[in-house]
Design a protein around this ligand. Structure first.
Ligand code: MTE
Length: 302
């Protein structure tokens, strides 16, 4: 793929100098299966007009139902969340089950910058410069046992800080899950920051999942529990409305939501000039991930 990376358009001014990051940033194409090893530096093949969304857009327009259902609620209320200390319980089919502190995890991980498209099932989208590490590195730290087929994730339950949890529009905790091969895919990251800064609470501090080829609700925030299982785990939106939200939830312009089209999306930003752009198969990561779904009927397994 042609390299259209334009350094002047991207990071020089945006990333605080004191933050050291291994600059491996990429979008579609750069990590073509097996193409890029370890800590190689990859380019960012931007479309000319595909600039990352502004910090304000990424942090003021959110879905985080633990803090309310309005797009502005997380920015308004998530400050109440205590994110230090933070622990993640890793269990199930792993060699080293236990409680891992966020700080200890971070000592073992290499944080990288990843610029990904982010496509919400509600048909809005952004381009987000995440900082994080590959989920596979964390799972390998715990040691995945033979027989593990899925990974289940849970968000913190703390209604005194997350007022939305005092309502029952979701059966808390917020839950998500991936097939093990999806979880181990190099595009799947645990994000711990944005624009080189620690993750804002409203975006899922201190650590959240990002699976860029799936609808945004799979990217569960503020994770406290990870369980390796041999059975497909329950997931919040699927529990709420199975006919509308499948387990896979891969971005697919050809499979509409029962109540709206998924063929295009509204790129957040630009006010009245906000653009509608066509939605890409697997959100533009088809080359990297379609192999995971060979032989699967994507309309049935939506
Ligand atoms: N995780 C939790 N715990 N609670 C939520 O309500 N919302 C999901 C996902 N992760 C959600 C969550 C949805 S619907 C989307 S689109 C993304 O988070 C939004 O992420 P952002 O606010 O960082 O853009």
């Amino acid at each position: 793929m042609a390299n259209r990376f334009k350094p002047d358009l991207t990071w020089a001014d945006a990333t605080p100098e004191h933050v050291f990051l291994n600059r491996r940033a990429f979008m579609a194409g750069a990590v073509a299966a097996g193409g890029i090893a370890g800590n190689a530096v990859a380019a960012v093949p931007f479309e000319e007009d595909e600039k990352p969304n502004a910090w304000e857009e990424i942090t003021q327009y959110n879905n985080f139902y633990e803090f309310g259902t309005g797009k502005g609620d997380p920015a308004e209320y998530a400050e109440a969340l205590t994110t230090d200390p933070w622990e993640i319980e890793i269990g199930g089919l792993v060699d080293k089950p236990g409680t891992y502190s966020f700080k200890d995890i971070m000592k073992e991980m290499t944080v990288e910058e990843r610029i990904y498209r982010f496509r919400c099932v509600e048909a809005w989208s952004m381009i987000i410069p995440w900082n994080g590490f590959e989920l596979a590195d964390l799972l390998n730290l715990a040691g995945v046992q033979d027989g593990a087929k899925y990974v289940a994730f849970e968000t913190l339950v703390r209604p005194e800080e997350m007022w939305g949890q005092q309502r029952n529009y979701i059966d808390w905790p917020y839950r998500e899950g991936l097939r093990l091969d999806e979880a181990m895919h190099p595009l799947t990251i645990m994000a711990t920051g944005l624009y080189g800064k620690p993750m804002p609470n409203q975006n899922g501090a201190p650590i959240r999942l990002v699976v860029p080829w799936k609808y945004g609700f799979k990217s569960i925030k503020s994770i406290v529990k990870i369980t390796l299982t041999d059975e497909q785990p329950q997931t919040s939106w699927n529990m709420l409305q199975p006919s509308e939200y499948g387990f896979y939830s891969n971005v697919n312009p050809e499979v509409d939501h029962p109540r709206w089209s998924q063929a295009s999306e509204r790129r957040v930003g630009g006010g009245l000039l906000a653009r509608r752009v066509p939605t890409l198969m697997f959100n533009g990561y088809e080359e990297e991930v379609s192999g995971l779904y060979e032989g699967l009927n994507l309309a049935k397994n939506f």
